[in-house]
Design a protein around this ligand. Sequence first.
Ligand code: ADP
Length: 618
Amino acid sequence: MSEKIKNEKGGISVETEHIFPIIKRWLYSDKEIFLREIVSNASDAITKLQRLISLGEVRDLEFDGKITVSVSKKARTITVSDNGLGMDADEVKKYIGNIALSGALEFIQKYEGESEGATDGIIGHFGLGFYSAFMVADKVDVISRSYRGGDAVKWECNDEGSYEMTTPYDKEDRGTDIVMHINGEGEEYLDAFKLKGVLEKYCSFMPIEIYFVDEDAEVKEGEEKEEEKPINDTLPLWQKNPSECTDEEYKAFYHKVFGDFNDPLFWLHIKADYPLNFKGILYFPKLTHEFASLEGQVKLYYNQVFVADNIKEVIPEYLLMLRGVLDCPELPLNVSRSYLQTNGYVDKISAHIVKKVADKVNSLFKNDRENFEKMWGDIRTFCEYAALCDRKFYDKAKDSLLMEVVHGSHVTLAEYLEAAKETNENTVYYANDVELQAQYISMLEAKNIKVVKFTQMIDTQFVQMLENVNENVKFKRVDSDIVDALKGEGEAEHSEKLEKLFREAAGNEKLVVKCEKLSDTTIPAILSFSEESRRMEDMMKLYSMNGMNIGGGFTAENSLVVNVENPLIKKLSEDDGENSALLAKQIYSLAVLSQRRFDENEMRDFLAASYEVLSKLS
Ligand code: ADP
């Protein structure tokens, strides 16, 4: 080595002692991001050198950028090496030894009150990225040699912020090695398998090839410790031109990134140019059940570096039901996530995505209705949720939104209303439990009225929304206010006698009993609800399921519609046979049974009464 070794000691700067503990405390919950930060710096160093070459500022140099991440449990080190532009001693002092303190201090003052995690993803953009290494290391060495030649340098810094610099240092190749001496906090990352997992999570699509090395691995003679293939794909699919990507590539990318063996239903490759400047692929996954749809995953990247999954501030919440990748190099990540919410750029990204998604839904509907109907079950929750959350989505996609018809296929709202003109103008009948409501459904079907299925939780709100935006249209559940639709000819007279009999049978003196002539004479009685009060009850149930205490239950008003055209009812209204009470009780129970499930007592009473009926038949 050179005879004049310069050895310099120092402290990073006055404020450093404030910064180290804060880095440790704040980033504690997400300490694995140190790897992303250090590897990103390596990647930046290579990109910068490549840019200098392409600008002609560096001549006679050609190289393949390469980053190596190596770990040795024995030596307790993790090393990230690059062949980028490197630094000389002055540069190390300037860029690393002197944290961009003004920025850092501002950052600390601004976000000191924020919860842990709120700052994830931004640290790197404050010139603090390098220091995130101290979350897992008690000492970090920077060994570097500049592309300009000159002496190499070794800079060693401990976790109290004091450093030692040695130059010249013995390093032949251009570039930088960052050697992290791992402390107790970082123990888990010394495990090669774990470390590689973290590397894959953040760096799978970085633009420079990254090789992984387990220094402690035993290798046979002639073999290398370094893995043969890079861990990353330097040109991820979203960066390519949609016209150059095949279906197979889209599917393979989906399987790989989301670990789902099923094929996605369809996808959307978005490339927004200036000024939005973002790219991404959104997939509509195949669902197995309603709630599966709420477990989507949208991965956010910043110039091919993974930032985080499902950041609500950047991606409208309902899009988080989908799966996909979004690369937003313009994201102002350097401020804070709360800032992102009000940032115009983010709103524009959302608006752009929403428009593209609606366009896609519309084109699938228009171009291949049959296939679209087949996949409707998988995408309806998404579409309904999107329509609920974003009126713009609804307005754009409304003519493609389908409703499933019981015993039929699918219709749009406009198609339903058109077909209903004669029978049930401006009223949509729906069932939320096709088995339970079978009788009501057949009664309506007998009148040529179509019933659609709204069986999911979200439908309560969706129906409400449809009514709000389509002023004249009413939605009625099949057991609600349906009597008009089912009436036969002529008016029925009210019967005090039947009222009394059924109130006694129901054990409810306030039961509203209405006499009607229904066209289906085989049915003695049905229960009918006011749609409004039933919805109220549904809402209350939903609230209390969500843990809201609204005090007491709310029961929808119902009435018993007695069909005076039915022979049994005729008999009951004419004479007082010895079996009248038992008959009325059974008729009432059956009306309840065709509307909802019995409670425990009702079930017991019903069975006992049924046995009594049977014994009378024997
Ligand atoms: P940031 O990357 O946000 O600027 P860092 O604290 O991570 O902040 O790094 C500070 C500076 O140190 C970088 O801007 C860069 O100039 C320099 N640097 C860090 N790592 C490397 C590296 N591997 N090669 C060359 N320069 C580096």
